[in-house]
Design a binder for this molecule. Sequence first.
Ligand SMILES: [Zn+2]
Length: 115
Amino acid sequence: MDTAIARQRLEEMRGELDKSITVLQGEQTAGQAGTDSPQDPADVGTNLSETDRVQAMLAAARQQLRAVLDAILRIDHGTYGTCADCGGPIPEGRLDARPEAARCVKCQGKRDRGR
Ligand SMILES: [Zn+2]
């Protein structure tokens, strides 16, 4: 995989994630502000799940952003495309689908199961 192309894609992903995080943070603040104001008790449940949803999306976006930033660092260090666990090469097809991937499919699978 050409790291120049990977970097470009990662920078684009970083820009998108930055935007989503800003929007989600705005929604989160709006949701929190809303809990102080008097409201119909019937709406409380809806607002709570909405806040939970925003928080879950925010957490996922931040995690993704961290993965993207890590991948950009790996390009800087010349270790991009190398599995962080076994040191083997990450297949190009995987990097094409997920430019931020830090591990080969096998090691990522092990890690996901370990959770
Ligand atoms: Zn591996």
